[in-house]
Design a protein around this ligand. Structure first.
Ligand code: SAH
Length: 254
């Protein structure tokens, strides 16, 4: 019998955001692998083993799960949000590419989930209503110079942006540097949305102008959306603002 690995997106938090496909895959798994806090979100099921690991050990975690699947087991690997967005799906496929030939014979299913930027965008209105990009601000897996270059070019190209991994204890100054750089490229009025714990009970969504955006407004549980010069804020009496980026873009300045 050949094994199977499902790389499953759990969505941003609450169970109502878990897709029926992801729930069915979790139910069918004989073993579940993942970062501890994500595993804690998966309801316990009799006969299913659990393998928690540290956040940084992605390739080792992928290798353990693949070796387990290669014994013929149905294995699940869980990620927060979507498994293909700065998460485990790429790590699992990287491990398959570099690993023993038998791992290529495994059945692989990548099960999508609601990623953080889409949850935050939905809560704010439609800030990603036109062209946008997603950038991880972590310099664990790429040089910081690459982050800066991508930020600058994305701003110049008129993309709205979603920032993942905005800060960590090991990266105290990078987010302020990113905002300074964006202020060189974009007007101070561009809306910046800080979405913390989106889709969970302690969710907090705050919008400030780029001129007032500061690194200490975010933590590791925050996804930041930066609008464009076209992004608008619709104010309403006694109701939350609606932030949106119109579906049409004007001809670009030369
Ligand atoms: N695979 C995940 C992203 C993993 S990277 C996804 O698709 O959402 C981890 C980063 O995701 C965090 O630093 C934060 O920027 C963002 N993030 C994850 N869950 C979040 C949530 N509920 N609210 C806001 N940001 C979140």
């Amino acid at each position: 019998m050949s094994g199977r690995i499902a790389v499953i997106g759990l969505g941003p938090g609450e169970a109502r955001y878990l897709t029926p496909e992801a729930a069915a895959e979790l139910e069918a798994a004989e073993a579940v692998y993942g970062y501890g806090p994500y595993l804690d979100r998966v309801p316990a099921r009799a006969g299913q083993s659990r393998h928690a690991s540290d956040n940084r050990e992605e390739i080792a975690r992928a290798g353990s799960a693949l070796a387990h699947a290669a014994t013929g087991a149905k294995v699940a690997m869980v990620s927060g949000g979507d498994p293909g967005v700065f998460a485990m799906a790429a790590a699992v496929i990287e491990a398959i590419e570099a690993g023993p030939a038998e791992w290529r014979g495994l059945e692989v299913a990548v099960v999508p989930g609601i990623t953080a930027m889409l949850m935050v965008a939905a809560k704010a209105g439609a800030p990603l209503g036109h062209d946008f990009c997603a950038i991880s601000l972590s310099d664990n897996l790429k040089p910081w110079e690459t982050v800066e270059r991508r930020l600058r070019l994305a701003a110049q190209a008129g993309f709205a942006m979603a920032f993942y991994n905005p800060v960590s204890k090991a990266r105290p100054w990078q987010l302020d540097r990113a905002f300074d750089l964006l202020r060189e490229e974009l007007p101070g009025a561009v809306p910046v949305i800080f979405g913390r714990a989106a889709g969970r009970a302690d969710e907090k969504i705050v919008t400030v102008p780029l001129a007032g955006a500061r690194g200490d407004m975010a933590d590791m549980a925050t996804c930041i959306l930066v609008g464009t010069t076209a992004t608008r804020i619709v104010a309403r009496d006694g109701l939350p603002d609606l932030v949106y980026t119109p579906r049409r873009a004007d001809a670009e300045r030369a």
